[in-house]
Write a protein that binds this ligand. Structure first.
Ligand code: ADP
Length: 891
């Protein structure tokens, strides 16, 4: 009884996992089935051997099970039981229970079901395959050697089959019912767990939200009173202390906002608003705020907004502002001198959705390559030694990344340590209407920021203001901050008190706190609006609250507030809001509004659109200038090292001159690929006019390839993809052209990378060289091979195979004859050749040589275009005069 109770506890409790509970139940059921058969066999008078084996199993299995269960070796137990069932119990029941003339084969189905459920992995596969095999073997033996089978009478055969069908059917029915029950229970449990987690995350969110409110209220007092101190005629020392208090207050506020956002994102409760906004206004606000910070640090601030940005976008303006402010703020924070540039342009458009691309570049301290992967981790500040004195928490970029992800956008970072960084944010937004923002005119926009040094804007001695707040300090702050305006201020410290005042007094504006005991701000607003005989039913009411965030802004708008001001407030913000809401006849303006001057900010003249992807490459031999120009392909040059100095390939040295220089035996010449730093500045340069770079490098398996350097440099950039062309600088041009075609098709960098891999395999590159001297000098083939070729007067053909240069064929004889044979062997008329383009790259050929080669080619095969390209000096150094190559793509 105790055992049964314990068994039921195990089955229904949480102690064991689902699989173990299933195993226990199935084994108990099978055990019961065995016992039933055991009893039935005795009643029916079955063979004694079968009865003994069944009886032994009925005793052995439970004992084995209990022992292994105690030893926590249930997996071993499963295997032993399965082996025993398949190789002992079933064969005995078969041979001693009438063979095919009985119910034993029905028990095979139950075993199949049982083993399939209790075992897993390779044991399940092995055992499941053994079942039909043993069944088949037994049937075969039973058929062949019928004497081995203990026969059943017809009556016995029917009875045995009937009993087996009933017992096996019952066991399967009970087992599946229990499976169902377990499944429903597990589902219920999972749902309950999910609800619990949701409840916990809601509680956490409530906690952070309340905490944020509670902390904001005292900060409001600190910042407000501090502003009053700053306005007084105070000594320099006190002013400095007050400025420090102000700075610390702002940091604290920033931190609270960040923590609140972080908790919201992590609990999955960050919801994005979807409303129409004007990106021009949004950018102007950001620029106004950031420009001042840049000016304080004497940095130039450039803004370059493409005029074709739609005038109305639909999305979460507040969060986009937060993203941009964070990034621009970092750019200013981490730049000591130079400039910060914000560029905004349109990306791809599909239907009503358009990618808006914001790029923020700075000339600041830069970020080390190894730090780039950790940049977006929460609480992670990189390069702490350098940034120790720059305030920050390491939360900003993590929030930025998560917000961008939530919006379905992408953020990439390019940075060269000590030189500067570029953050590129792409955010897809819905476009409403067809109008565009055009040229942004900052001066005509009201873009003043509330946090600049206080400047009084107006006086309104006959206007009346009511401030409602349960916190006395807040009331005092508002009173003091607005003192200079001479506006008449009444205060109420509860909703009830406010209603008493609004019944008899006419106010022009009411500032209303939200969270107050008894009657909160929303309820108070409703009561004022509906107050019978009240004098403020139409008055503008502004929510003045420590509840930050877009949801709250929307809540207040929905509830009928005329405006919303977040605490802590400043004199400027309060005054601006009052100025907007007060009747103009009551307001007397003082001074001019500050205008943004051009002294440290410029709207860039160049409004050139950045390309989505630029293709770049290293010293390419086969592309003519017209193609480089057509696709805007930039080349990073190799260097040619001579006794006279180091020269940039092609740009500072030219092929014929170099070849005649090399005729002097003591003139040593070698080539050098551009190093990591060269690549870094090359990529940085390219990214000024493009958002992504596909860089195609010379085969990594070739000595002096720029590939490893390019790859290392690309680690500094989130949007530079380096591709190993698997070809030399000849042949590589075809890869570059293919990449350009894919860019034109609108493929993404990742797609291009994938597709190029296939195209690269189809490019054929081969050269015929006069001799191997140059190549052996350049370390591309061995000296021994070169000498042997010279002695035998053999002209070899070199072929690119799997990224390496291999000697393909050898030709003996006069130059021209050899050339023809080379051309005939490469351009096979029924071969698989794309006839649209053929490149012929050469070193040191005369006009006549070229005409001859051209005529050989024309005789052999027609191409739409054939380009003869003289290689750059770096390649001439490697192959020497009299070399030419045929480069084409397979169809
Ligand atoms: P923090 O509050 O420390 O600025 P962020 O999450 O905004 O936190 O940034 C994380 C780290 O990334 C910073 O500590 C800084 O080291 C680095 N960083 C961010 N932006 C720049 C930039 N424009 N230039 C150089 N370093 C930057």
């Amino acid at each position: 009884m105790k055992l049964i109770k314990k068994g039921i506890e195990h089955l229904t409790g949480d102690e064991l996992d689902f699989r173990d509970r299933q195993f226990i139940l199935l084994t108990v059921m099978v055990q019961l089935a065995i016992m039933c058969v055991f009893v039935a066999d005795i009643i029916l008078g079955e063979n004694i051997v079968e009865i003994i084996v069944l009886g032994a199993s009925a005793v052995f299995f439970p004992i084995l099970f209990i022992i292994l269960f105690k030893l926590k070796k249930l997996d071993l137990c499963r295997i032993i039981i399965a082996i025993n069932a398949i190789f002992v119990v079933l064969p005995v029941c078969f041979f001693y229970g009438g063979g095919t003339r009985g119910g034993s084969l029905i028990w095979y189905s139950l075993t199949f079901f049982y083993v399939g459920i209790i075992l897993s992995g390779k044991w399940r596969s092995i055992m499941l395959s053994c079942i039909p095999l043993t069944a088949a073997l037994e049937c075969y033996i039973g058929f062949k050697y019928s004497k081995l089978v203990f026969p059943h009478s017809s009556k016995m055969a029917i009875l045995d089959t009937l009993v087996s069908v009933i017992i096996v059917g019952l066991v399967i029915y009970i087992m599946t019912s229990f499976q169902n029950l377990l499944f429903i229970n597990e589902n219920k449990k999972a749902r309950m767990e999910a609800e619990k987690v949701e409840e916990m995350s809601k509680a956490q969110n409530r906690f952070f939200s309340n905490m944020s409110h509670e902390i904001r209220t005292p900060i409001n007092t600190i910042i407000g009173f501090n502003e009053m101190i700053l306005r007084e005629d105070i000594s320099e020392e006190v002013a400095e202390d007050a400025a420090n208090i102000e700075a610390a207050g702002k940091i604290l506020l920033h931190l609270i906002n960040d923590i609140l956002d972080m908790s919201k994102i992590q609990s999955g409760q960050m919801e994005l608003a979807k409303a129409a906004y004007n990106p021009g206004d949004m950018l102007s606000e950001i620029v106004a705020m950031m420009w001042m910070r840049a000016r304080d640090k004497e940095l130039d601030f450039h803004v370059n907004v493409s005029p074709d940005i739609p005038a109305e976008l639909i999305g979460d303006e507040v969060r986009i502002k937060q993203i941009l402010i964070n990034i621009v703020n970092n750019a200013i924070k981490y730049t000591r001198e130079g400039s910060v540039t914000l560029t905004v342009q349109c990306g791809e458009k599909s239907g009503d959705r358009m990618n808006i691309i914001y790029t923020v570049s700075d000339t600041g301290i830069g970020i080390r390559k190894e730090s780039l992967p950790h940049l977006f981790n929460a609480f992670r500040r990189v390069d702490e030694d350098n940034n120790r004195y720059i305030e920050g928490t390491g939360l900003g970029l993590s929030i930025v990344k998560q917000l961008v992800d939530l919006m379905g956008g992408r953020i990439t970072v390019n940075s060269i340590y000590t030189q500067g960084s570029t953050f590129i944010v792409e955010i897809p937004q819905d476009v409403s209407g067809t109008s565009v923002i055009g040229e942004l005119d900052m001066a005509s926009r009201n873009i003043l920021n509330g946090r600049e040094a206080y400047r009084q804007k107006f006086e309104a001695p006959s206007a009346r203001l009511l401030v409602v707040d349960d916190n006395e300090s807040n009331l005092l702050v508002a009173r003091k901050l607005l003192r200079a305006t001479q506006i008449q201020i009444d205060t109420a410290s509860s909703g009830r008190e406010a209603l008493e005042l609004t019944l008899n007094n006419e106010y022009n504006v009411i500032f209303m706190d939200h969270l107050m005991p008894e009657m909160d701000g929303i309820e108070c607003l409703r009561n004022i609006r509906a107050q019978a005989g009240g004098k403020c039913r139409e008055t503008a009411i502004v929510a003045l609250t420590a509840n930050a965030g877009e949801e709250n802004r929307q809540l207040y708008r929905k509830e009928g507030f005329d405006s919303y001001i977040e605490k802590p407030v400043s004199g400027n913000i309060l005054e601006r809001e009052l100025y907007r809401l007060l009747p103009k006849e009551l307001v007397h303006k003082i001074g001019e509004e500050e205008e943004i001057t051009e002294e440290s900010m410029s709207w860039m003249e160049t409004r050139e659109r950045k390309r989505t992807i630029a293709v770049t490459t290293e010293s390419v031999a086969d592309l003519p200038q017209e193609m480089l120009d057509k696709y805007g392909i930039s080349i990073i040059e190799h260097k040619v090292v001579t006794e006279e100095g180091i020269f940039r390939d092609g740009a500072e040295i030219e092929t014929d001159g170099l070849l005649s220089y090399m005729e002097e035996p003591d003139h040593k010449v070698s080539t050098l690929s551009p190093d990591v730093a060269d690549h870094e500045s090359f990529f940085a340069n390219g990214l000024v006019s493009a958002n992504n770079i596909i860089h195609i490098a010379i085969s990594a398996d070739i000595k002096n390839s720029g590939y490893p350097h390019a790859l290392e440099a690309a680690r500094s950039f989130g949007n530079v993809t380096v591709i190993d062309s698997r070809h030399l600088s000849s042949g590589q041009g075809l890869v570059v052209l293919k990449a350009c075609a894919l860019v034109e098709e609108g493929k993404s960098p990742n797609e291009i990378k994938e597709l190029l891999e296939e195209s690269i395999k189809k490019i054929h590159t081969s050269f015929i060289v006069n001799n191997l001297d140059f190549l052996s000098r350049a370390g591309q083939v061995s000296h021994r091979l070169a000498n042997l070729m010279n002695v035998l007067m053999i002209r070899p053909v070199l072929v690119m195979k799997k990224g390496r240069l291999k000697v393909g064929k050898f030709y003996l004889g006069a130059r021209e004859r050899v050339w023809k044979r080379y051309i005939d062997s490469v351009l096979v008329p029924n071969g698989n050749i794309d006839r649209s383009i053929l490149f012929v790259t050469y070193v040191g050929l005369t006009k006549r040589d070229k005409e001859l080669i051209r005529s050989y080619i024309d005789e052999r095969m027609k191409f739409d275009k054939i380009y003869f390209q003289k290689t750059t000096p770096a390649i001439a150094v490697n192959c020497g005069e009299g070399t030419f190559g045929l480069l084409f793509t397979e169809a």
